[in-house]
Design a protein around this ligand. Structure first.
Ligand code: 1CP
Length: 344
């Protein structure tokens, strides 16, 4: 096997990889003792994201420990609202809190300063230099709808009541915000790609809050436009979309948006995934994060079911992020099962 073949790029480009690749969403973070140590030293999560020395180290920690097929940039989807001038606070044990955007006036006051994010691009350059050749480097941002949710409601505590109200009752106002996010996220991802990101993942964590026409309008359509803009400038960079919780809309999403790969949550039935989604594009994900906590036979069986059904046109991953209570040896066991799997 040539050293510079990247299994993840193979899958996304429609070539059969040497092995089923694996990485885990939120693979950098609080389940790792070496992360917790740096987190305590840094004090603030934002400082951790915006100090290249720290962010580089944290991006590489899970690669050193588990030899995943991809590294994902250590950053956060809320850095865009931060660069737009919204006050952002990460409270210990509580998650992020943003100042809220309430009306057109607040929208007019948003002012994007990409230089606030220049440490992120420096991190990308450093990570790319230090990564093994076989490891793919994934850059990311939040999708427009999901970032809008946080900007409008401030946090996830109230189930994004206001954002859903904007979607139904204030479409012009929401469109204005979506357009701002589309322009700024495009510049931000261009910076990541120019600095060395090889694949982009769009996290649409709250896509599942919308159904039917509202999903089409605020998830699929902005994503389609955004992906086509990225493709025009960077035709060779694969894009993975993750409209978490999209249920029966996953198929519309994969048919309409132009993404190169689709990440699926644990609620998607694996046989449905094979017949209705994987026929269209390669897939990623699906293993329930709770099974990684459990480990043992249950994890093994579920993993082999996914491998046996989705085979080599799949990037192995969880259906959502790693939880902080995961035993490290379960991750090592999972990587081993996936790496050694051969189709029957
Ligand atoms: O592997 C990695 O850790 C990569 C870096 C990464 C990514 C891809 C982080 C670091 N955050 C994200 C994406 C992200 N951030 C999403 C999309 C994916 C998902 O649905 O989980 C979302 C919704 C956020 C917003 C966010 N940031 C939350 C969720 C809050 C909520 O209530 O909705 C939280 C807890 C954060 C903080 C955060 N971001 C990342 C880490 C490691 C942490 C924990 C910070 C800490 O150490 O306290």
């Amino acid at each position: 096997v040539p050293e510079n073949r990247k299994a993840i790029l193979d899958v996304l480009k429609g070539t059969t990889p040497e092995h089923v690749p694996i990485w885990l969403m939120r693979q950098a973070g609080r389940y790792l003792p070496e992360y917790k140590k740096l987190r305590a030293e840094a004090g603030s999560f934002l400082d951790l994201c915006l100090t290249p020395q720290w962010a580089t180290e944290i991006t590489l920690q899970p690669i050193r420990r588990f030899d995943f097929d991809a590294a994902i940039l250590f950053a956060d989807i809320l850095l865009i609202p931060y660069a737009l001038g919204q006050k952002l606070d990460f409270r210990e044990g509580e998650g992020p809190v943003l100042e809220t955007v309430k009306n057109e006036n607040d929208l007019d006051r948003l002012n994007y300063h990409q230089e606030k994010l220049s440490p992120v691009f420096e991190t990308v350059r450093r990570v790319r230099k230090d990564l093994p050749n076989k490891t793919t480097f994934i850059g990311f941002c939040g999708s427009m709808w999901t970032v809008a949710c946080y900007m409008i409601d401030g946090n996830s505590q109230n189930n994004f009541t206001q954002a859903k109200r904007w979607a139904k009752e204030k479409p012009l106002q929401l469109q204005k915000l979506i357009d701002i996010l589309s322009d700024t996220s495009f510049q931000y991802l261009s910076g990541q790609i120019d600095a060395g990101a090889e694949v982009i993942q769009l996290f649409d964590s709250w896509a599942g809050l919308l159904e039917g026409d509202l999903f089409d309008r605020w998830v699929s359509e902005p994503t389609r436009k955004f992906v086509s803009r990225l493709k025009e400038k960077y035709p060779h960079i694969p894009v993975i979309g993750f409209p978490r919780g999209a249920r029966n809309k996953y198929r519309d999403y994969i048919l309409q948006t132009g993404v190169d790969g689709l990440s699926i949550d644990p609620d998607v039935d694996v046989n449905y995934a094979k017949t209705q989604l994987q026929k269209v594009k390669p897939l990623q994900g699906n293993l329930n994060p709770a099974l990684l906590v459990k480990g043992g036979e249950d994890m093994k069986k579920a993993t082999e079911k996914i491998l046996g059904t989705l085979g080599f046109k799949h990037i192995f991953n969880l259906g959502h992020g790693v939880t902080p209570d995961v035993p490290l040896e379960h991750i090592a066991a999972l990587v081993k099962i996936v790496r050694n799997w051969k189709s029957g």
